[in-house]
Ligand binder design. Sequence first.
Ligand SMILES: NC(=O)c1ccc[n+]([C@@H]2O[C@H](COP(=O)([O-])OP(=O)(O)OC[C@H]3O[C@@H](n4cnc5c(N)ncnc54)[C@H](OP(=O)(O)O)[C@@H]3O)[C@@H](O)[C@H]2O)c1
Length: 323
Amino acid sequence: MLRVGFPAILDPQLMSLMPDGIELIPLGERLDHPVDIDVWIPDPYSTRALRVWPSLRGVRLVLSLMAGTEWIPAAVGPHVTICNARGAHNISTAELTLTLILSMFKYVPLYVDIQRSGDWRRRSEASHLYQQLTGDQQVYHPPVKLEELTGKRVLIVGHGSIGKDIERMLEPFRVEIVRVARTPRTQPRVHPVSELDSLIPHADIIILILPLTAESKGLFGPRQFEHMRQGALLVNVARGGVVQTDALVDALNSGKIRAALDVTDPEPLPIDHPLWRCPNLLITPHIGGSSPQFDARSIAVAAEELRRYIKGEPLHNVVQAAT
Ligand SMILES: NC(=O)c1ccc[n+]([C@@H]2O[C@H](COP(=O)([O-])OP(=O)(O)OC[C@H]3O[C@@H](n4cnc5c(N)ncnc54)[C@H](OP(=O)(O)O)[C@@H]3O)[C@@H](O)[C@H]2O)c1
């Protein structure tokens, strides 16, 4: 019988979604003896999972509950197949992306600050912020208090499972979408990443939603910030390492761009890190996937993959095939 190890902290009721004909082995946070399993469902937090891994024997398949699996190949080596939980984070991460974009275009960070100060008259700061960010010196009456998303040009870097859902959720805003992925395609048109630099200057908003890999590490650096429009918004909901943090800090401090980050490099962001003090920046502490619906969705994805594995059918979400 196939032995499937899973984090004991998960609600046991959720494990009823798993197919019949397997033996479920709950794995505590620390193991003081070797445990034989065939399939490992690691804890979503890599630090906890890595504490367990050295005691596991016989693992042939890893079913991650997360979309991002960047720590797993180095830990388990090349002889293990790794699947991610493609699809499980889509709704919460896509909704967060829209929230971050709208928050930045409606100056929510400024208005939260004004609310805390209890000083209504400070709302005049919004038009200064607009002028500073965009360089637009035109006189508006009444003065600008927010900006509009509708009609903007949005560059989505990574047009996979989540990128497509972000596009779907942006559709009601009648934005112009430009897509980038590893491989070019048509219908809809997706540009190859080799064209990224030429697309950046035309974008009002750039969304990063691609995996952190050897190729994507540091993809967004000084040259890419240089190409960005004055006042353009960078949204990183992918992984912190896709962006070169020093270059991001410089671009923000120069007043050229604005940014919203759910992910940073490093994570957790140390209390004295310069990013915390950058202007025109909204940070959420890597929350994109963590809604109450997440556990059931990710277990359902793993259960479906396991069903296919038992039947010998091709797996859906392989990010590393065993060699
Ligand atoms: N903020 C959060 O809490 C949170 C939550 C969930 C996921 N994430 C991150 O989001 C990532 C994407 O998730 P997903 O489920 O959408 O993955 P996915 O379905 O595998 O799609 C990934 C997309 O990125 C593209 N891509 C890969 N490497 C690239 C590169 N070097 N340059 C340009 N594009 C590249 C792929 O191109 P092709 O289509 O050509 O293969 C694909 O379009 C995850 O890996 C994870 O790191 C973050």
